[in-house]
Design a protein around this ligand. Structure first.
Ligand SMILES: NC(=O)C1=CN([C@@H]2O[C@H](COP(=O)(O)OP(=O)(O)OC[C@H]3O[C@@H](n4cnc5c(N)ncnc54)[C@H](O)[C@@H]3O)[C@@H](O)[C@H]2O)C=CC1
Ligand SMILES: O=C1O[C@H](COP(=O)(O)O)[C@@H](O)[C@H](O)[C@H]1O
Length: 255
C-alpha cells in the first residue's frame, strides 16, 4: 500500500475502471483538468497536463504514473491532439524524469496500429482468422489521434533509452462496461472488460520492465492482438472473453 500512484485523466472512463478495480490497493493522487464529480478519499489535483509546474508538483513522492489524460476521440482535431495528447504526454515524461518517478504507464490505443486492418477487414475481426499483431510492429495509425498515440509510444522509448525511465505503453482496445460493444465486430475483437483493465494496469504497476508495448484487451476469441508479451512480462491474466456474450451483449450462459 506504500506505492503512491499518480493517475492522470482520473475522471475518465479508464480511470474509473482502474479505481473501481484497484482503488483500495494503492495510495492515489488523482489528476484531471475537470474537478471530481463526487467526494473521494483520494487527493485530487485539478490541473492541465500541459502545465509543467502543476505536473511536477503533482509528482512529488510518486512512484508510478498512470498517464491516461488526453483527448480520446479518434476524430479529434489536430490542435487538441497536439496540445492534450502530444505536448501533455511529453510534459508528463519530462516531469517524471525530473522528479525521480520510477515508471510511467502510457495509455496508447488500437488506433496507433489501425491501418493494419485496412487490407484485412472484416476477416481480421473473426475467430477463424489467425492474423496477430504482437506489439513489435511499427505503428500504422488510422487517424491523427492514432498518430498522437504512436508519438506517445516513441516519446516513451526516448525517455527510457535516454533516462532509464521504465515505460509500459498499453494499446487499449475498446473499454466497455458489463459486456462487449454491441453489434460491433471490431469492438468485440478488442473488447477490454473493466476488471481486465484494472488488472492489467495493476500488473503495469507491479511488474519490472524497461520499455514495453502491450495490447490492452480481454482474451477474446476474435482477437488479432497477441497477449503473449503482456502475459510473459507483466503477468497479465485476463478473465474475460467477448465470445462468452451474444452480439447483443447478453451472456451466452443466460441465452
Ligand atoms: N476508452 C477506451 O476504450 C480507450 C481509451 N484510450 C485512451 O485512454 C485514455 C483514457 O481514455 P478515456 O478514459 O476513455 O477518456 P475520457 O475522455 O473518458 O477521460 C479522459 C480524461 O482526461 C482528462 N483530460 C483530457 N485532457 C486533459 C489535459 N490536457 N489535462 C488534464 N486532464 C485532461 C479529461 O478531463 C477526462 O476526464 C485516453 O488517453 C485514451 O486515448 C485508448 C484506447 C481505448
Ligand atoms: O482509442 C480509442 O479506441 C476505442 C475503439 O475505437 P473505435 O474506433 O472502434 O471506437 C474508442 O472506443 C475510444 O473512444 C478511443 O479512445
Amino acid at each position: 500500500m506504500d506505492e503512491l500512484v499518480l493517475l492522470t485523466g482520473a475522471r475518465g472512463r479508464v480511470g474509473r475502471a482502474v479505481l473501481e478495480g484497484i482503488g483500495d490497493a494503492y495510495e492515489w493522487r488523482l489528476f484531471d483538468r475537470d474537478p471530481p464529480a463526487e467526494e473521494s478519499d483520494h487527493e485530487f489535483v485539478v490541473a492541465d497536463v500541459t502545465d509543467d509546474e502543476a505536473v511536477r508538483d503533482a509528482m512529488a513522492d510518486v512512484d508510478t504514473v498512470l498517464h491516461l489524460a488526453g483527448d480520446p476521440r479518434p476524430e479529434a482535431p489536430w490542435k487538441s491532439i497536439l496540445t492534450n495528447n502530444i505536448d501533455g504526454t511529453q510534459t508528463v515524461y519530462e516531469a517524471a524524469v525530473d522528479t525521480g518517478v520510477e515508471r510511467v504507464v502510457f495509455a496508447s490505443s488500437n488506433h496507433a496500429v489501425g491501418h493494419y486492418e485496412t487490407e484485412r477487414k472484416p476477416d481480421i475481426y473473426r475467430r477463424d482468422d489467425d492474423y496477430l499483431l504482437d506489439g513489435s510492429e511499427l505503428p500504422r495509425p488510422s487517424n491523427l489521434y492514432g498518430v498522437s498515440k504512436a508519438a506517445g509510444e516513441t516519446l516513451g522509448r526516448y525517455y527510457h533509452d535516454e533516462h532509464d525511465l521504465s515505460v509500459a505503453c498499453v494499446r487499449i482496445g475498446n473499454l466497455t462496461k458489463g459486456h462487449p460493444p454491441i453489434d460491433y465486430e471490431r469492438g468485440q475483437a478488442m473488447w477490454l472488460s473493466y476488471r481486465d483493465c484494472a488488472h492489467l494496469f495493476e500488473r503495469c504497476i507491479e511488474a519490472d520492465y524497461g520499455y514495453e508495448i502491450v495490447y490492452g484487451i480481454s482474451d477474446n476469441d476474435r482477437k488479432y492482438y497477441s497477449l503473449e508479451r503482456a502475459k510473459e512480462v507483466l503477468g497479465y491474466a485476463p478473465r474475460d472473453n467477448s465470445a462468452e456474450y451474444t452480439m447483443g451483449g447478453e451472456p451466452k450462459e443466460n441465452v
